[in-house]
Design a protein around this ligand. Structure first.
Ligand SMILES: [Zn+2]
Ligand SMILES: [Zn+2]
Length: 80
């Protein structure tokens, strides 16, 4: 049994509204990928703690193309 992020694994997509302009925000991917782009499949137990996210959550960055606003949203991992 594994804990996986449904968004990273294309099992679900999240549509959230921009807190500034109310427009749709786009998923820009996992936050760790911005710091560590050589291996997105690295054991995340260390980077998760640095990021402040719980181990069973995947921190995603959402971006608003209308007003350039960015927001972090932790995605709850699901068991498969
Ligand atoms: Zn994810
Ligand atoms: Zn916006």
């Amino acid at each position: 049994m594994d804990l996986v992020c449904p968004v990273c694994n294309c099992m679900a997509s999240y549509l959230i509204s921009c807190p500034d302009c109310g427009g749709p925000m786009e998923d820009s991917g996992v936050v760790q990928d911005f710091y560590d782009d050589y291996s997105p499949y690295l054991d995340r137990s260390i980077t998760d703690k640095v990021d402040g996210a719980a181990e069973d959550e995947c921190m995603h960055l959402f971006y608003c193309p209308s007003c350039d606003s960015k927001q972090r949203l932790p995605i709850k991992r699901v068991k498969i």
